[in-house]
Design a binder for this molecule. Sequence first.
Ligand SMILES: Cc1ncc(COP(=O)(O)O)c(C=O)c1O
Length: 409
Amino acid sequence: MNRRLALLQPYPFERLRALLAQPASAVGAGGEGSRPAPPSRFVNLSIGEPRHATPAPITAALTGALAGLSAYPATAGSPALREAIAAWIGWRHQVPVDPGSELLPVNGSREALFAFAQTIIDPVPGALVVAPNPFYQIYEGAALLAGAQVHLVDQSPQNDLRCNWGAVPAEVWARTQLVFVCSPGNPTGAVMSLAEWQQLFELSDRHGFVIASDECYSEIYLDESAPPLSGLAASTKLGRRGHERLMMFSSLSKRSNVPGMRSGFVAGDASLISAFLKYRTYHGSAMNPAVQAASIAAWQDEQHVVENRRLYQAKFDAVVPLVQAVVPVRRPEAGFYLWLPVPDGDDCRFTWRLFHELNTMVLPGSFLGRRSDSSANPGAGFIRVALVEDLEACVEGVRRICSLLSVAF
Ligand SMILES: Cc1ncc(COP(=O)(O)O)c(C=O)c1O
């Protein structure tokens, strides 16, 4: 058995199930005495799974392409899909990308982030992967299974919920092979600025590490006039030729409400694309031809994306003032999460009480972060609230959260 499997941590939702199954006394939520009956409607704001309807043109393209199942697909994807993706990148990010050599379709960004680490990491002793903290847990698992250790960069209120790349010691950078960036951030909603990109590119030039830019929330932004800056756009604006050592990860899951379809792309440095294609050919990760056809339909239509964003914006418009009346928080720049501090910093107890007393589920922030040798878990004391249910349920869930928050704030 691969000994590195033992290094993997339980997934946050497994930990959530275990937390909610504990008795009140185990989480410090009082005794087992009688509690008032919770509201009957269950509101689930824990999982970051889009729930809006899948647009009809995408399902039509999928079912219309079933004849394609009779042939093996190429790992590089069809020329039509690669061209549709390149056209979208050109339109959205104002970056010219060669469809033949600078991008690849992937089966969702999760598998691609994982597989990319296996492609990049040379598991020499001391090999490091740098990732934000709190973070999407795939970064950690991908690094550990590839034979590297993880160095986490805290995103705490002291840093305005951002990664301070300048604070990472040179000794760490010297051993770093890969840096995961998550912008827009899960769970913070923060978007990396051009100045932050410039600093990270300079560090990459000095130390030679590869940057994996996870941008799967890039199309869920709250200000129509301020679409998030992508790594590729930043590198183009800064005049970097060939997006050296940079790979961008994008996905249809959130943009087009197709988390079940498993479709996204990577784009960037042609030499990384070529190595990744080689890895993927052996791994066997070609995209289903019907999914390729549906993906073309999705990348070629922007109207459903605007409509999707409008639904999220309406939810933030409705709930942010409710929350701000109780807790000092900012509206996030992008993504569909609220990242809220809880009274007395006990995010697990808060989550337990919210579930058992108010029939509402969120994720404790501590499950998304790690303690480091020098600092506390920056996710502790926060809850992540995913605004994925319909508007009415989100408002109801947030009202319940506020009622519990207001007890102590
Ligand atoms: C930060 C982040 N990256 C990547 C993913 C993977 O998304 P997908 O595999 O659906 O593209 C998720 C999913 O929730 C995520 O939150």
